[in-house]
Design a protein around this ligand. Structure first.
Ligand code: NAG
Ligand code: NAG
Ligand code: NAG
Ligand code: NAG
Ligand code: NAG
Ligand code: NAG
Ligand code: NAG
Ligand code: NAG
Length: 390
């Protein structure tokens, strides 16, 4: 029962006139540690008296020692050293009738802290089209009260204040400005935090969109073998297409790992090429490869740019190093295929002619027998063919 009450939204104020008693003050907001006295007054024409009343806070009955009868129809309760509200929508303080416990009136109680100054504002623009900012809610943390964060921005010098509209796009403390952004004029950006107990405004951050550009990860990453070099893989990708109309430079990073490891190795200095050869790899091993892009120097910006996220992993394996000394491997695939075909035929022949033999008894002797039979059949076929021709 108590659990259920705690889950109620605190919504008494909307229709408290329906209730047969009045609570004052209504919906107070207080700092943690405060002391509060609240009155419950039943109407004069009611046959209830102060002695017929009791209080609950979030469904829990409050101790009689905290009550005071202030008049024939008024009972007060005093709450001291208040804790932060158990729910941001407020605690439920309710005045009941002892007869059946019915609710006579209720109020919400907001106990918490004023917001702290938001900090650590950081912003990035994807392909110069938009702006996303993120911040931290300040050092004090929990306020116990619903706290609104508003990101505001204006063009420096002559702009007027704008309010960002799309919140929570990149985490709980973030906002996205999708369009109508100017390049080459710095913006002033700040965050206002407000709740029932106060307002706190962050420092103003100044930034130019061209200095905080990031882009999509390369979408077309190809990883391929370098001939039959068993310790190398070649990685190719293309420059971010969304930035092709802008003057910019790009640098890239590659990271790769073997299939059964979680540890990525980063190739840090790919600079502005769109391909790179990974060397010193393990032969016959599957590698996962990711690439990311940092577009910088947009229209001559001197800032470092912001790395994109990593591309989806692309996998490839290095060639196996099967070259045992003294064994002459067939070079071309055709030879390899020939060998495979012959073996297949051999095993077929085995099944037909060698049902009495076990696998363990496979011997070169049998292989020789098979070769002989093969040669015989070639001869007969050739004879048949040449016979047809004549
Ligand atoms: C509670 O009632 C007493 C006596 O009627 C009155 O003096 C006091 O101001 C009331 N308190 C509030 C918060 O309404
Ligand atoms: C505040 O919390 C403490 C510990 O959680 C508890 O003992 C105390 O009764 C609470 N005070 C109020 C006024 O609810
Ligand atoms: C803010 O950023 C600084 C340095 O970048 C970091 O040390 C600090 O932990 C951040 N604070 C929060 C609340 O994220
Ligand atoms: C927070 O924002 C909501 C909706 O925008 C508004 O109704 C509410 O009054 C605001 N609360 C505070 C404390 O500013
Ligand atoms: C490139 O990175 C490697 C290590 O990843 C480092 O040894 C080398 O000095 C770097 N070269 C340049 C030009 O930064
Ligand atoms: C890469 O950078 C070099 C010098 O830093 C420059 O000459 C070259 O044009 C650049 N290539 C691309 C594709 O941007
Ligand atoms: C034949 O080719 C396959 C791959 O097509 C390779 O794995 C195998 O090692 C080759 N065998 C020989 C004997 O060359
Ligand atoms: C292999 O063949 C020989 C005779 O050729 C026979 O004595 C032996 O038992 C066979 N071994 C197996 C495992 O079948």
């Amino acid at each position: 029962m108590m659990k259920l009450l705690l889950l109620w939204l605190c919504l008494f104020q909307a229709d408290f006139l329906m209730y047969p008693a009045v609570i004052s003050p209504q919906d107070p907001s207080l700092l943690i540690g405060s002391t509060l006295t609240v009155n419950c007054s039943v109407s004069a024409d009611s046959n209830l008296k102060a002695e017929d009343l009791y209080w609950t806070l979030n469904g829990r009955r409050l101790l009689v020692e905290t009550y005071r009868v202030l008049g024939p129809g008024t009972l007060s309760v005093t709450l001291s050293n208040l804790n932060g509200s158990q729910q941001q929508s407020g605690d439920n303080l309710v005045c009941h009738s002892k007869e059946g416990g019915s609710i006579l009136a209720g109020t919400c109680l907001y106990v918490g802290l004023p917001p702290a100054k938001p900090t650590n504002i950081s912003c990035w623009s994807k392909n110069l089209k938009d702006l996303t900012c993120r911040w931290a809610p300040g050092t004090e943390g929990e306020t116990y009260l619903h706290t609104n964060y508003t990101l505001k921005y204006k063009l420096r010098w002559y702009g007027r204040d704008n309010t960002c509209q799309n919140y929570h796009t990149a985490g709980p403390y973030s906002c996205h400005i999708p369009k109508d952004l100017a390049l080459f004029t710095p913006y002033e950006i700040w965050v206002e935090a407000s709740n029932r107990l106060g307002v706190a405004i962050s420092e103003v951050v100044m930034l130019d969109i061209v200095d905080v550009v990031t882009t999509d990860p390369p979408s077309d990453v190809h990883v391929s073998r370098v001939g039959d070099l068993e310790d190398q893989l070649s990685v190719r990708w293309s420059a971010p297409p969304a930035l092709k109309d802008f003057l910019f430079q790009a640098k890239y990073q590659i990271q790769y790992r073997v299939e059964d490891s979680t540890e990525w190795k980063v190739v840090d200095n790919v600079s502005n090429q769109t391909s790179c050869r990974l060397a010193g790899l393990r032969p016959g091993t599957v590698y996962f490869v990711q690439v990311r892009c940092n577009p910088f120097g947009i229209y001559g910006s001197k800032k470092a740019g912001i790395w994109s996220s990593w591309s989806n992993p692309t996998a490839a394996s290095t060639p196996r190093s099967g070259r045992t000394q003294g064994v002459c491997e067939p070079k071309s695939g055709e030879h390899n295929n020939t060998l495979r075909r012959e073996l297949k035929q051999f095993f077929g022949w085995m099944r037909k002619h060698g049902s009495s033999y076990h696998c363990a008894n496979l011997s070169i002797k049998m292989y020789d027998q098979w070769r002989v039979s093969l040669q015989k059949s070639h001869k007969t076929r050739n004879q048949v063919l040449s016979g047809d021709k004549s």
